[in-house]
Design a protein around this ligand. Structure first.
Ligand SMILES: NC(=O)c1ccc[n+]([C@@H]2O[C@H](COP(=O)([O-])OP(=O)(O)OC[C@H]3O[C@@H](n4cnc5c(N)ncnc54)[C@H](OP(=O)(O)O)[C@@H]3O)[C@@H](O)[C@H]2O)c1
Length: 340
């Protein structure tokens, strides 16, 4: 016996990946419903060998469905997640709406799967921000060994992190560079993204940081350890899929780079590719479609007593969103609902 699963936002970047990953990981699905806004009602998506028709979320009755994987943005989530949760359908949400709610667990299964039991307070489980998800997968085993004091991270985030519209904007602006008769002004991003980088993701906060940077700080604390200090600079780059991060870590105890590499190699969800030669590291293009978080360039930071640097790359639509959501669904099934 399997589960009756809802995928809300099935026409979007994350929703489509959720369907792919449910199939790839052979999630025990008895029945699946695919939802989006009224705009998409009746359009078709594929799941395994089936063609499914999109239903309007506004007309959908969540009663009798086990889990709903949501990827519809915070505004729509605010309206529909409580309806699903009240109908006893557990919501696994990709938006930021519930991530900081103390009554909602924020889960990265490699790090804090045990927190999942907190789902029952609201029938909602939150999925972290894409940049946080891959970073905490890398930090967790190192923190367990040498206690992390402080993290300095700079991100290189792909345009798919801004949804379908962000990918279209990079594509259209790139074409326009070669066809200057057509002007494609910035819409999703604040400046032209083609052949450029933009040190600004989400809104500015009073202290000069951005909400994206704040999310990395708050979510790392909630998932790993409130004592870890994090400072982040989040940057959008003209890459379609795959987020990269340069991470500097200060530990309480000394951790040798070779030992760190060995620890990471043995840890769940991580693939270490770290040869000190031309091309001996992973770039975002190579991680697309993969489940792993890739680690390269592990090296001692000689400016600190107990410091390491590393490079961390992952498919933001997978570990950063859809894969993590499906892993949460697997954990919920295994630990709580026990149907599959
Ligand atoms: N992309 C990432 O790397 C990433 C990572 C982590 C979290 N997330 C989060 O995941 C969510 C989806 O992101 P995305 O990248 O997939 O965006 P997207 O490609 O723009 O897709 C948005 C999806 O939401 C649906 N939607 C929008 N408004 C709706 C409404 N009022 N009612 C029902 N459905 C509605 C859209 O349906 P229509 O086609 O009908 O408009 C579409 O299916 C966002 O909350 C985002 O913050 C994304």
């Amino acid at each position: 016996m399997g589960y009756r699963i809802v995928v809300a936002g099935a026409t979007g970047n994350v929703g489509r990946e959720m369907l792919n990953i449910l199939e790839e990981r052979q999630f025990p699905v008895d029945e699946i419903a695919v939802l989006a806004s009224r705009r998409s009602q009746g359009t078709e998506v594929t799941f395994a060998d089936k063609t499914l028709k999109i239903q309007d979320i506004e007309q959908f009755d969540f009663a009798g469905w086990d889990m709903a994987l949501f990827a519809i943005g915070s505004d729509a989530t605010k309206k529909y997640a409580p309806l699903a949760a009240r109908a006893n359908c557990v919501v696994i949400d990709n938006s930021s709406l519930y991530r900081y709610d103390p009554d909602v667990p924020l889960i990265v299964p490699e790090c804090n799967a045990g927190d999942i039991h907190g789902y029952s307070k609201k029938n909602i489980i939150a999925n972290p921000n894409c940049s946080t998800a891959q970073m905490v997968v890398a930090l967790k085993p190192l923190h367990d060994r040498a206690k992390i004091k402080r993290v300095v991270v700079s991100t290189y985030q792909s345009v798919s992190g801004s949804g379908k519209d962000g990918m279209d904007e990079l594509w259209e602006q790139t074409k326009a560079v070669y066809n200057p008769t057509k002007d494609v002004p910035p819409k999703t991003f604040t400046k032209e993204i083609a052949f450029n980088v933009i040190p600004h993701i989400d809104v500015f906060l009073d202290d000069g940081s951005t909400k994206e940077e704040w999310k990395m700080v708050a979510e790392t604390k909630k998932i790993l350890d409130t004592k870890i200090k994090v400072t982040a600079t989040c940057v959008r780059v003209p890459v379609f899929v795959g987020h990269s991060e340069s991470i500097n870590i200060e530990f309480e105890e000394f951790l040798d780079e070779d030992e760190a590499r060995d620890i990471l190699r043995e840890s769940p969800g991580i693939m270490v590719i770290d040869k000190r030669e031309d091309g001996g590291y992973v770039t975002p293009k190579e991680c697309v479609g993969d489940f792993a978080t890739f680690i390269s360039r592990v090296r001692q930071d000689s400016t600190l007593d107990n410091g390491l640097n590393l490079w961390c790359v992952s498919d933001n639509l997978r570990k950063g969103a859809a894969l993590n959501a499906v892993q949460i669904a697997e954990t919920l099934g295994r630990e709580v609902l026990k149907k599959g």
